[in-house]
Write a protein that binds this ligand. Structure first.
Ligand code: CP
Length: 307
């Protein structure tokens, strides 16, 4: 089976078959990271451009490592160091990069929909590396790959997503993907961070973190997206932590085999205590490891590879 699309823009429009294809393909790439020579010739002769208009540690590095492990040539475009500072528009920038014939453009932008507009305009494949508060598909797919690997599947699995749901592209992509695959998702956070009508996406809203955590299989914590809040949505980080922070006592409300995820960057002592972030139940760094295989799969599939 092949992915019948040149772009990965979000989980909203990926089918069950497509999600399974991506996760299966990622599984097949996973062992490359443990080899002495961490490289296969699969994408030799292809060029991948990382076009980042927002800061990133994990996603950009992970896409670059993924591309290099597949032997693609990689270019990192950092908006802050480019002619964007001289007034060049997003579209002109992209058209100029397209003129150099890359095969895939991985784009992160603060505007929701920027990758979607790009995908319609240009020939190379486009992978959304996060567009505003909209979607972050590669993050959700790596989260789902980890969950499937540890729990064996998604059907009936209870997942709690806690924090700034309103501004989280990670939450939105995971909600689309997890519910499509049969998991049950509960969300919780301060009322100011829960978008009205979120239930229409197939989730339930828990009024307290305690109710959200009771009996869940997976806990996904989120960072407060201060950079996307026009005005503060809570009175202090201390108060946030008191009502919605994950501590050891609260973790005990989940199932004994539940594990803890966070897309990063984490704010220790705000949404998650250090003791929890560094505990045996934490999978925060496993998520990062897993991200490389998932991004290898995405690059491989959007350039025409199949299983
Ligand atoms: N999870 C994530 O998107 O992290 P970065 O912002 O560091 O890429």
């Amino acid at each position: 089976m092949k992915l019948n699309r040149k772009d990965i823009l979000g989980l909203k429009d990926l089918s069950v078959e497509e999600i399974n294809l991506i996760l299966d393909t990622a599984d097949s790439f996973r062992d490359i990271a443990t080899r002495k020579r961490k490289k296969v010739p699969t994408l030799q002769g292809n060029t991948v451009v990382n076009l980042f208009y927002e800061k990133s540690t994990r996603t950009r590095t992970s896409f670059e490592i993924a591309a290099k492990r597949l032997s693609a040539d990689t270019v990192n475009f950092v908006a802050a160091e480019s002619s964007v500072g001289k007034g060049e528009t997003f579209i002109d920038t992209v058209k100029n990069i397209e003129a150099m014939h890359p095969d895939v453009i991985v784009v992160r932008h603060s505007s929701a929909g920027a990758p979607h507009m790009l995908a319609k305009m240009i020939k190379p494949g486009v992978i959304n590396a996060g567009d505003g508060a909209h979607e972050h598909p590669s993050q959700a797919l790596l989260d789902m790959s980890m969950i499937r690997d540890e729990k064996g599947g998604f059907a009936g699995l209870e997942v709690a997503i806690i924090g700034d749901i309103a501004h989280s592209r990670v939450a939105r992509s995971n909600i689309y993907g997890l519910t499509r695959m049969g998991a049950k998702v509960r969300v919780s956070g301060p009322a100011t961070m829960i978008p009205p009508g979120i239930e229409r996406l197939g989730v339930t809203v828990a009024p307290t973190i305690e109710e959200a955590l009771r009996g869940v299989d997976v806990i996904m914590m989120l960072r407060i997206q201060l950079e996307r809040q026009a005005r503060p949505l809570f009175s202090s980080t201390r108060e946030y932590s008191r009502f919605f922070g994950l501590n050891e006592q609260r973790v005990r409300l989940a199932r004994p085999d539940a594990f803890i995820m966070h897309p990063g960057p984490i704010n220790r002592g705000v949404e998650i205590d250090s003791a929890v972030a560094d505990s045996e139940r934490s999978r925060i760094l496993n998520q990062v490891t897993n991200g490389v295989a998932v991004r290898m799969a995405l690059l491989y599939l959007v350039t025409g590879g199949g299983n």
